[in-house]
Design a protein around this ligand. Structure first.
Ligand SMILES: *[C@@H]1O[C@H](CO)[C@@H](O)[C@H](O)[C@H]1NC(C)=O
Length: 276
């Protein structure tokens, strides 16, 4: 009985290792930011000239990403490339002589994430490279992607104003999940604001964020929904009429007063002399 248990354990361990080896060391994992370029590496080792050879890149074993067949390839007449990759793939022609079949995916999209294979089916033995690509989404305006609940562009107004300050209001309506609102100055610095007023309409949120500013500037209200990587903003220009340099006026006033005093003194002095 005990012996059987030991044997079973050994078998489990053995099959576990085999499994790990198949999916482990052979796979290259890559993470790139959405919109950036991804170089998918694939090189024969030992080096072998592949200028007159055939290789193909596929995504998830089906979609054709790039095909090369003795100088004919996806970008110069080769057919069969998947629509998703059209115009975004290139290879390195001067690297082929060194057995380098790497490709570049330009302007990566989140939907480019997946398992990529680089195959040399006509070589003996067959050769295959495996790459797992993850394209990380970035925060940006996704209005055109028509995501339900994506915050619309905020509406910004000046609620009240004096020569010295202005009360600004930013409103975002009907957003889900709940967006974060922030006021920023033209340098992108956060402007302290009051607590946001949040109205929950059954999972859809209306948010109002007010702030008081005291400087002439271009202010921006930014709404962010991290969950869907969506960010929109609206701008408003605020011109305040407060004296540019209050100290300038004070110095000017004092100097002006002194000048007036001197003039009065001179006139009085002359009058006295004239009188004598
Ligand atoms: C293959 O070519 C690419 C592009 O020049 C380069 O970045 C990469 O390092 C090369 N790979 C090898 C193994 O030389």
């Amino acid at each position: 009985m005990e012996l059987l248990a030991v044997v079973c354990l050994c078998l489990l361990t053995w099959s576990g290792t085999t499994f790990a080896a198949e999916n482990g060391p052979g796979v290259i994992k890559m993470v790139v930011k959405q919109g950036g370029d991804a170089i998918l590496p694939c090189s024969l080792s030992p080096r072998e000239n592949i200028v007159q050879k055939y290789f193909e890149w596929k995504r998830d074993g089906q979609k054709e990403v790039f095909m090369y067949d003795s100088t004919i390839h996806s970008n110069n007449g080769g057919t069969g490339q998947d629509e998703q990759f059209r115009g975004r793939i290139s290879h390195f022609p001067d690297q082929l002589q060194f057995g380098n079949a790497s490709i570049v995916i330009r302007k990566t999209k989140v939907t480019d994430s997946g398992k990529y294979t680089c195959d040399f089916p006509q070589l003996q033995p067959k050769r295959r490279g495996l790459i797992e690509l993850v394209v990380d989404p970035v925060l940006k305006d996704r209005t055109e992607e028509n995501i339900p609940g994506a915050a619309p562009e905020p509406s910004v107004t000046i609620l009240d104003e004096t020569k010295a300050w202005a009360l600004l209001q930013c409103v975002v309506k009907g957003a889900s999940p709940k967006p974060q609102l922030q006021w920023q100055d033209s340098g992108g610095n956060m402007v302290p604001a009051k607590d946001p007023q949040v109205t929950d309409r059954g999972g859809s949120y209306d948010i109002i964020l007010q702030t008081t500013v005291t400087k002439t500037d271009n202010y921006r209200c930014v709404a962010t929904q991290k969950e869907i990587n969506h960010q929109v903003h609206a701008e408003i220009y605020v011109h305040l009429n407060a004296p540019e340099t209050p100290t300038g006026w004070i110095v000017g006033g004092v100097l002006g007063g002194l000048l007036l005093l001197i003039i009065i003194l001179v006139i009085t002095y002359r009058k006295r002399r004239g009188g004598l």
